[in-house]
Design a protein around this ligand. Sequence first.
Ligand code: SAM
Length: 225
Amino acid sequence: MKITILTLFPEVFEGFFSTSIPLLAKEKGLLDVNIINFRDYTTDKHHKCDDEPYGGGAGMVLKPEPLFKALKSIDATSKRVIYPTPSGKLFNQSIAKELSNEKELVFIAGHYEGLDQRVIDSFVTDELSIGDYVLSSGETAILVMVDAIYRLIDGVISPESLVEESFNDSLLEYPQYTRPQEYEGMRVPEVLLSGNHKQINDWRYKKRLEKTIKNRIDLMSKNIN
Ligand code: SAM
């Protein structure tokens, strides 16, 4: 998959894409990342990317010209273009799964009061929100979405790890333990040391139910996939 990100702050993405699983995915040729600073597409002396909103009101709005030029340079009208915004549809695992099947995704990072609506009308295919709160910028929302999406691309992580995760069905994941068997007086549940797979599966299912009822009862009434 190719991921293109239009941002005024490319440095925000450097650490993420140069460490751990994203780096491995790039090295395996499963992920190609293109970061574009749309300030490079300004033509005025001050490289201005924002201006006051028509109609008045607080804050600044990202101007259309640099974004139009940057988006045209990558032929964005033929691509899936995502604008993270609090007023978008709520992003979730099922949307992440669907987007992981795309060959290319383009993300636009908003700032201040957001983008001039003409950018959205001309290029954006998906307006997505990562939750009911307001961030100061789109970069962090893009990192959240990209992280949820790229790991679902075939070959990035083992299929078994994905099957047993939260949100793969209507239950959350069971609790996990590793060595040592006892730490600060707390023992790993005996059943996990028993080697009895049936009992382990039953215990895990019970824990998934308990956790979902406690934290996310709403999931049990929806089919996540
Ligand atoms: N004025 C906008 C509103 O009230 O909807 C908020 C703009 S916010 C301060 C600046 C940028 O952060 C947005 O353009 C968007 O890209 C990003 N952003 C903020 N909250 C977000 C959320 N919950 N999900 C996705 N992106 C978000």
